[in-house]
Design a protein around this ligand. Structure first.
Ligand SMILES: [Ca+2]
Ligand SMILES: [Ca+2]
Length: 308
């Protein structure tokens, strides 16, 4: 049986009402809300430095509801893993440097890399050191960043491109990507992304040569933003327009709702503490979930939630 509409599927109706056993049994994972922090300003992305026990929150900061305006405003917050605030404005615009609309981030070699419209910001984790900029000529709406431990992968929403940035040479090459690409993530040599307007998930070719391969799951999403891969190679997707966090099994056949949360943008996972952070973009808050693996409940045959 094919579930084409989550809202009317019997199994999924149960999910929408409670997100308990049914959801967990389908996904093999469970999300339980354990905290909520407010007073952000358009928080678009979160990234965890799990070694240093710090959580970074990128705030677009806007007074005009403009997600892509070079308004000279924006800041990075730092939290403890439990959500208590270390510094609300750890990095913000000052006389030496201005943020505009900071979004996706990744951490590599003691630096926080931040997408900020057409600029890639290189922000030392040592806050005493200055921020520098990597130029990507032609970049328009840089949205998310991931790393494979060597290179950076950056999505450009308006250009329908991704870029692979070689940090040693400073050069970049283009990667074929879908229209309205948003979240991007690198995992075990593979590269994945979502398109917010095509509401589909894709596997990209890190070398940039082959066309994106769609998952074929667009009927399950309204407007996906963030994408993360779990240790069992399954996926968690934040649907910023659908107000949900969804799970996709590694075989790409099963989709389950794990939690409802308002307008979740670029989520982050702390694998060391089994936590998931979801920024509610338009509600200026961050929700913390406990992420629990439920062994021996992973689906092994098609059912009402299957596409087979
Ligand atoms: Ca701004
Ligand atoms: Ca995003």
């Amino acid at each position: 049986m094919i579930c084409r509409n989550v809202a009317v599927c019997v199994a999924c109706a149960l999910l929408l009402s409670g997100f308990t056993g049914c959801t967990a049994n389908r996904a093999g994972w469970e999300l339980k809300k354990i905290g909520e922090i407010g007073d952000f300003n358009w928080p678009e992305a979160i990234r965890v430095d799990h070694e240093a026990k710090r959580v970074f929150v990128a705030n677009i900061e806007t007074s005009t509801k403009g997600g892509w305006e070079a308004d000279g405003k924006g800041f990075i917050s730092v939290l403890y893993p439990d959500g208590s605030v270390i510094e609300r404005k750890w990095r913000s615009s000052n006389a030496d440097f201005t943020f505009n609309a900071p979004k996706g981030m990744t951490i590599l070699n003691e630096h926080l890399y931040i997408a900020d419209i057409s600029r890639l910001l290189v922000c030392p984790l040592d806050a005493e050191k200055p921020i520098r900029v990597i130029d990507i000529p032609g970049a328009q709406w840089l949205n998310d960043i991931s790393t494979d431990g060597n290179d950076l992968y950056v999505s450009d929403t308006k250009s329908a491109k991704a870029y692979r940035v070689d940090l040693i040479t400073g050069t970049h090459n283009e990667i074929k990507a879908p229209e309205w690409i948003n979240g991007i993530t690198s995992h075990k040599g593979h590269l994945y992304c979502v398109s917010i307007k095509l509401h589909e998930l894709y596997e990209l070719d890190p070398s940039g040569e082959r066309d994106p391969i769609p998952f074929g799951l667009k009927e399950y999403f309204v407007g996906p933003d963030g994408i993360e891969v779990l240790k069992d190679d399954s996926f968690i997707i934040s649907d910023v327009k659908g107000d949900r966090l969804l799970h996709v099994t590694a075989d790409r056949k099963y989709v389950s709702t794990l939690a409802e949360v308002p307008c979740p943008a670029d989520i982050a996972i702390d694998p060391k503490r089994n936590l998931l952070y979801a920024p509610s973009l338009f509600e200026n808050k961050v929700t913390i979930f406990k992420l629990t693996s439920l062994p021996n409940t992973k689906p092994n045959k098609p059912d009402a939630n299957s596409r087979d």
